[in-house]
Design a protein around this ligand. Sequence first.
Ligand code: FCB
Length: 513
Amino acid sequence: MDRRQFISHSFATAGSALLAGRGFAAEASVPLEQVPGAVMPAEIGRARFPDGFMWGLATASYQVEGAWNEDGKGESIWDRFSHTVGKIRGGATGDVACDQYHLYPQDIAILKRLHMKSYRFSISWPRIQPAGTGAPNQKGLDHYKRFVDALLEAEIRPFCTLYHWDLPQALEDRGGWPNRDLGGFFADYAGILAKNLGDRITVWAPFNMPWSFTYLGYGVGVFPPGKADYQQFLKAAHTVNLAQGEAFRAIKAASTKATVGSAYGMAPAYPKTDSDADRAAAARYHAMNNVYFLETAMHGRYPKAFVGEIPYEAMGFRPGDDQIMKVPLDWIGFHYYTRRIVSDASDASHPGSDGSFGTEIEDTAGGRDPYTRFRAVMPTEGPLTDGGLEVWPHGIYDLVMQITREYNRPIIEITESGCSYLDAPYEKENGRVPDPRRIEFFREELAELVRAIADGANVGAFHAWSLLDNFEWADGYSQRYGLTYVDFRDQKRTVKDSGLWYGRVAAANRLDV
Ligand code: FCB
């Protein structure tokens, strides 16, 4: 792996006065030309995206909608979790969030103003089936019909995620995702959506980041339902794999126009050393964290994420499940935020600093994972965002090329990518929100993406996370990923400089705007 420095590195350390969006000069200690692989301004100048490339923005129901108990909506696990003292930073909840449930015309107007061609949103399952099963709630369906019609009216493609983590609490009370009955319930829900909205929506992703909500919810307990049991994680993940297959079929059966793909979280995994053991560990990371729900769909089998045998029994795997899981996704969608350095942890004499083996979330895992035996860490060679993630633009190139190779040049949609910076409206700039670090983040990343396209990857869309500052899960409102600033006191939206820049990129299909 080449060691790289980025223009943004110097930007991030140069001080914000320099960065107020006026053609600032990088104070790189090393001239850029001498940095191996750095994104050169000329490269950015040359970057051209293909005609018809879908520029988009993304959000998720619980993070933006609010209206948590209106129009017959049932309670979700995130309602329950955020209403529990001590779970969310600042005691925040999604009760109101960005109030998109009521303010969506404003938000769609922003999308249109920024020349967006695609909006990735999610539907709240408990708005459609308040208890997770049975007849649909007409008011919930009507809301999404109006909402999608408004998108279509603005000539924006509705990209629908069926599940972005807000499970009906009633289904959690029946055992949650470790209960394999949820596969069938989810397929019913998917069928209801495709039947009622399939004339308007053609792009469907069953699950957002399935590894995250199963592992963080059932494996280590930092997300709802707050369980910390690796066996429960394995079971939950298996149900989700079955549910994905069943939902695919239900959607296709109800809507001939439907295309079905994914919205997985992925991070390129680089072995810590050149040793065979570290390479194998990086491959296990990729299998567990990136393609655990993709390999099952495309090939009907689990990838080699484990040291030793696949623990079928612990998963609750039954004969014939391979056929249920196997569905040829029409396109592969995944997010990119940051990368991982991975080393082998299969030798019991080398535990992590906290005594743990394996897993990504080492400080919370406490050695619960007996199977994958890798250590994954986020390096800090690149600058960190305000959310603490390392900025590493080149990672998207490696990841896109890896998926392109491994899955025979599929259609790829980048379903999310973004960064949290806390820039706020600035009085001396007439209330504008100068957020140059976010512009730089996207400019460099998109230069890497366009290089992957030139090298043969079939990437059709890019969705920046997020249209709006919003409820950032356990971090509450302490992180701001939006390209639009939201003042949560009065819901005022102000498009940040990065949003205006991104809108120009979308209009021109190039980066030097
Ligand atoms: C992703 C989630 C999304 C948001 C961003 C910052 O992991 O899919 O909901 O929280 O991270």
